[in-house]
Design a protein around this ligand. Structure first.
Ligand SMILES: O=C(O)CC[C@@H](O)C(=O)O
Ligand SMILES: [Zn+2]
Length: 519
């Protein structure tokens, strides 16, 4: 019935958004993940502490002299820095340092290197694989006060800023200048650009603007021994030797601390539209993608999908309402272009075709900023909704796009009643599935039913076990499912060369001694 209504509406439908006006807007920071008590990581996973030095009173006194007023020591004050956003891993650091300058980061690391003290670099602490919090008592080096925009060149669109700038603040700043960040993600209200680069965050705009490996032009990095590496170039082209910045992009703070970033920013599109559509099968989601890519061409800027379980969760836990009739799958299509009449016409033609051929059975379109945000919030806030559903097991998989949803179906069949919900969503246009499984509480047996099955399944399809979230603490021992042994060895050699004492973000990204999960 809904489809008939849509079909008759034609172009008028294109201009409408049936999104509930009372839907709350997109939150500025990712919502709170509840107040669960978290078992310390080292206990839950039986991790062996590496032989770093223990923090002494003299160390704290040194840092207090170096950065008066920017050293946090009280147990309660340090607590939020010890726990990840998901409330799934917890360290027991006793010290948080908040440098403001690269020189201070250098001094901190020089001191820690000499004393053999382990350091956990931390940005907005929005990571999803336990990479941003300590495992034991690593000193937390927070980039929160390194939040200055250094320069923005309107001619080239190149932004240079300190690592601790919050992504959303950068976006707002750039929008005033007629530009945007090439990166957007649900955690934009809290995540730091340095953390985004350190994890090579993907996000919602990758389909259009590519990954940070292409848009980051330069980096300033402080190495483990405190020496600063100035690769903060703003050149589009520079073929002088090896491109060292690439080593640090996606290194998750294990090779150096990123202190400043130079990034190429696109012009703000003049016309943005979002269509939110219902599809009756995953095959139709795929066909809709092929059709819209062919018909929308260069104006297509995002193609996201979510299944009906995701919609149920955002409705139940966040009280958002679906703007379209219940469907097994939903897709969100965004266009970004320079001519609204042209873009709307293209989108309308595509939608008419999609409706006529039965690819899409219901849908709504938003052309103004407020309604666009409402539609995006249905997709962006799934992560937040999941945290209200219990303990969440998260998988972030790259797969050949045609196989993307088979993993969700297989996992559902495998887990049966032992899981509460098994949901699939993600950046379909990038071949990136977010598979999430919820249960009332954490259990080793459920984890054993999921892993290594999920990784073996992914490896059989030549996929990647981490598309965009990184390996952090939780996934480092599974790297071999996506990288050959020689590649892992070479990574370990790079690590040993740049950080011979292994003080930077230990227990993360690369496998070390095997850990046994406690039963
Ligand atoms: O929570 C997740 O699994 C995905 C988070 C994020 O990458 C997203 O695309 O929303
Ligand atoms: Zn994602």
């Amino acid at each position: 019935m809904a489809s008939a209504v849509l079909w008759r509406r034609g172009a008028a439908w294109l201009r409408s958004c049936r999104g509930n006006p009372e839907l709350p807007g997109v939150p500025r920071a990712r919502g709170c993940a509840g107040s669960r008590e978290v078992v310390p990581t080292c206990e839950r996973y039986a991790v062996r502490r590496l032989p770093f030095a223990q923090l002494a009173d003299g160390d704290v006194a040194f840092f207090k002299r170096l950065m008066p007023g920017r050293v946090i020591t009280g147990e309660e004050e340090v607590k939020p820095f010890n726990v990840d956003w998901l409330k799934s891993v917890r360290g027991c650091s006793q010290l948080v340092l908040k440098p403001q300058t690269t020189a201070e980061v250098s001094q901190i690391l020089r001191y820690c290197y000499e004393r053999n003290l382990a350091v956990n670099p931390q940005g907005g602490n929005t990571g999803l694989v336990g990479g941003s919090v300590p495992v034991f008592d690593e000193i937390i080096l927070s980039t929160a006060l390194m939040n200055q925009i250094i320069s923005f060149d309107k001619v080239s669109g190149i932004l240079v800023c300190q690592a601790g700038c919050v992504l959303e603040r950068l976006s707002e700043y750039l929008e005033e200048q007629g530009f945007i960040m090439p990166l957007d993600l649900g955690a934009k209200g809290s995540c730091h650009i340095g953390g985004n680069v350190a994890t090579n965050a993907g996000g919602l705009r990758l389909l259009r603007y590519g990954s940070l490996r292409g848009t980051v032009l330069g980096l300033e990095v402080v190495l483990a021994d405190g020496s600063a590496l100035d690769c903060l170039t703003s050149l589009r082209k520079d073929n002088t030797g090896y491109d060292l910045k690439q080593l640090f992009i996606g290194s998750e703070g294990t090779l150096g601390v990123i202190t400043a970033v130079s990034i190429l920013c696109p012009q703000k599109p003049k016309a943005v539209n979002v269509a939110f559509l219902g599809c009756q099968s995953f095959a139709k989601v795929l066909e809709t993608f092929t059709t819209c890519r062919a018909m929308l061409g260069e104006i297509l800027s995002a193609y996201e999908f979510m299944d009906e379980k995701c919609m149920e969760l955002v409705e139940t836990h966040l009280k958002l309402s679906s703007p379209v009739a219940d469907s097994p799958f939903y897709v969100l299509i965004e266009t970004s272009g320079s001519n609204s009449t042209h873009d709307e016409e293209k989108l309308n033609n595509f939608l008419e075709r999609a409706m006529a051929s039965g690819l899409v059975t219901d849908g709504t379109v938003a052309t103004d900023t407020k309604k666009i945000k409402v539609l995006w919030s249905l997709r962006e806030r799934i992560t937040e909704a999941l945290t209200h559903d219990g303990y969440v097991y998260k998988y972030d998989i790259s797969l050949p796009v045609g196989k993307l949803y088979d993993l969700v179906t297989d996992m559902r069949a495998r887990l049966g009643q032992s899981a509460k919900n098994v949901v699939g969503y993600g950046h379909l246009g990038d071949g990136n599935l977010h598979l999430n499984i919820t249960a009332e509480s954490y259990s080793h047996s459920l984890l054993d039913a999921i892993e290594p099955f999920v990784y073996e399944w992914t490896a059989r399809c030549s996929g990647s076990i981490s598309a965009e979230h990184g390996l952090g603490f939780k996934k480092r021992h599974f790297i071999q499912y996506s990288k050959p042994h020689e590649a892992v060895l070479l990574m370990q050699q790079f690590k040993a060369m740049l950080d011979p004492k292994g003080i930077l973000n230990p227990y993360k990204t690369l496998p070390s001694s095997p850990e046994r999960r406690m039963c």
